[in-house]
Design a protein around this ligand. Structure first.
Ligand SMILES: [Zn+2]
Length: 358
């Protein structure tokens, strides 16, 4: 476990060293193009409030910049070779590892054009700056010819279990997952993790992934004031989880989702601080104390059957009440029946922008 994590951490550190500017291109939650300016800027720290972009516009600096783009399939994590990209007058094609690098760019506006088979031509105008920059660009698939033809397609299902750890229910959920041999992603609340550090370790050692669900989970505290409060709760939980596990996850889920909670600019500030927001598209509805286990199964079926034939499923449930212990094996069976492979969410999965459940 430790070696797996330290390898991952090393890989992450290496990537961050190169990354200054990232471009994320999503294709109907299928393709992500992830780019980086290869200039030495510090990696965004999760435990800090977001920094303002350190840009001095009054004195134009013609420092050469390097742009590195890697294109990969979000679902299979497979990188995509042979994708033509043009950046201004520089023409590139991704190499066998799905990467392309443009050297000697200068600060200012650049036009980036990407031609990925099945997704038409995507053009974007970006401003290169010397500070931390992040831009998100969404691509729409124009045809059924999809990027999955390049990689092997597996339809993934991500069980996500929020609000724990709970001394009473989490061990039961972990037993079910072990019996079913299914991995899940647990979005943990810091003040609960503080009380149950052994349970946090068991979640991770059992092979599951953990995510940040803020320290307090208190809506009024998180969303009632400035975004500082949200960042405080996020970084406090990061520190709590790092103290227990030796790392803090980049993935996080906003309590209650984003809609109606976030104000303008919050989403980009959270992303700029290095957090990857994970929402959901299948809600079991068990956020409500009224929901029974059979309703959880019915809700799951309803949402699963609304997904497109190649869409991945992110299932939302909670391990702080009894119904999950009855519903979970049945929900797993319904997911299996539909041909999904179970997987955990990780930093590189970078899934955002799904629906708010009932
Ligand atoms: Zn929650």
């Amino acid at each position: 476990m430790l070696s797996r994590r330290s390898r991952k951490a090393k890989k992450k550190a290496k990537r961050h060293k190169k990354i200054k500017f990232s471009v994320v291109l999503g294709v109907v939650a299928a393709l992500i193009i992830y780019g980086a300016w290869g200039v030495s800027a510090p990696a965004p720290s999760k435990s800090e409030a977001p920094k303002k972009a350190q840009v001095s516009r009054s004195a134009p600096v013609l420092a050469p910049a390097t742009l590195e783009i890697t294109i990969y399939n979000q679902v299979t994590s497979q990188t995509l070779p042979g994708i033509p990209i043009s950046i201004g007058r520089v023409f590139l094609t991704t190499d066998s590892s799905g990467s392309a690098q443009a050297d000697g760019l200068t600060e200012g506006e650049v036009d980036i054009t990407v031609r990925a088979q099945g997704y038409g031509v995507h053009e974007e105008n970006l401003v290169l700056e010397s500070g931390d920059n992040t831009a998100a660009i969404r691509l729409e698939s124009s045809t059924e010819t999809s990027v999955f033809e390049i990689g092997s397609f597996e339809r993934k299902a991500y069980l996500t279990i929020d609000d724990g750890p709970s001394r009473r229910w989490t061990p039961k959920v972990l037993d079910i997952l072990a019996r079913e041999k299914v991995p899940a992603t647990f979005f943990l609340i810091g003040r609960r993790a503080a009380l149950q550090p052994d349970l946090v370790r068991r979640i991770y050692l059992d092979g599951h992934e953990v995510g940040n669900h803020t320290y307090s989970h208190d809506y009024r505290e998180l969303y009632g004031g400035s975004s500082r409060n949200l960042f405080y709760s996020l970084s406090r939980n990061s520190e709590m989880l790092a103290g227990i596990l030796g790392f803090s996850p980049n993935i996080w889920r906003p309590p209650g989702g984003v809609t109606g909670n976030f104000r303008a600019g919050w989403q980009s500030r959270v992303a700029a601080a290095g957090y990857v927001t994970v929402l959901w598209n299948v809600s079991t509805g068990d956020g409500s104390t009224q929901t029974t286990s059979s309703q959880m199964v019915e809700n799951s079926i309803t949402y699963l059957d609304r997904l497109g034939p190649k869409e991945q499923a992110i299932i939302l449930m909670h391990d702080v009440r009894a119904p999950i212990t009855v519903a979970l094996p049945k929900i797993i069976s319904e997911i299996r029946k539909r041909g999904f492979q179970f997987a955990v969410l990780e930093d590189k999965t970078r899934i955002t922008g799904l629906v708010r459940g009932p």
